[in-house]
Design a protein around this ligand. Structure first.
Ligand SMILES: C[S@@+](CC[C@H](N)C(=O)[O-])C[C@H]1O[C@@H](n2cnc3c(N)ncnc32)[C@H](O)[C@@H]1O
Length: 224
């Protein structure tokens, strides 16, 4: 049954993502973000240090970056390095670096993975230092996503591959968010990537292979 005005009412009640230009990543905001994740590092339930390798978020990275032997990878906003852990387990010859704003998160990154504290809008590596770069649920905290993407692309070598997994602005309101957090429109990130990369594509992604994506998570793939 169609109820007149219901669609409009739903639209009015739906939480809207923050509009307008991103706030500035001031020193104070950096401190706030770092402190928030330093504290969150004690919460293993919400910020786990491992991930089931069957989860599609890991599988798409493994497939996209293969073969990984001898490759240099950068995990941007790595947290405790749960993705890096699985990638290294399955590719012991890969050379992985975990970058995170939170030193407490980095403490949980397993041995065998390089660790560096820093922010993704000023990545502390020379141009073209990596073959593969990925960011999983971290770009949403960058504050300036355009600058973070420019930095990820700068440290990627020509022909290198970049993958970003993050949340869809259309689903804003589904989960609790921090004040600085942003979710993304599919085309917005594609356009930012296209400034630096030859090929760009994106698709919805679910956790499990046999479950249809519900639209919360998107993955963007780009080749420089
Ligand atoms: C939701 S966690 C995701 C961690 C990891 N990528 C994963 O999927 O398990 C977000 C991570 O991004 C880091 N982060 C937030 N803002 C950052 C920034 N500007 N530069 C680098 N890392 C940042 C946080 O410290 C946190 O570890």
């Amino acid at each position: 049954m169609r109820i007149p005005g219901l669609t409009r009412l739903r639209r009015l009640l739906k939480p809207t993502p923050p509009a307008g230009p991103p706030p500035e990543l001031t020193d104070q905001l950096r401190r706030e973000i770092r402190q928030s994740f330093d504290e969150a590092s004690a919460n293993e339930d919400d910020f786990p240090s491992t991930i089931d390798p069957r989860i599609q978020h890991v599988q798409v990275l493994l497939r996209y970056f293969a073969p990984l032997t001898g490759k240099r990878l950068l995990d941007v906003g790595s947290g405790k390095g749960r993705y890096a852990r699985v990638i290294l387990e399955q590719n012991p010859q890969a050379r992985i670096t975990a970058l995170d704003i939170s030193e407490q998160m980095l403490r949980c990154v397993q041995p065998g993975i390089n660790k560096i504290s820093g922010i993704m809008t000023e990545i502390p590596f020379a141009n073209e230092s990596f073959d593969c770069v990925y960011a999983t649920e971290s770009l949403e905290h960058a504050v300036d996503a355009g600058q973070a993407i420019a930095e990820m692309c700068r440290v990627l070598r020509p022909g290198g591959k970049l993958a970003i997994i993050d949340k869809n602005a259309e689903k804003w309101g589904r989960l609790k968010t921090n004040s600085w957090e942003r979710w993304f429109d599919r085309r917005e990130i594609e356009n930012l990537l296209a400034r630096h990369c030859r090929t760009v594509r994106s698709e919805p992604i679910s956790y499990w292979e046999d479950v249809t994506p519900d639209g919360l998570f998107l993955v963007w793939f780009a080749e420089k």
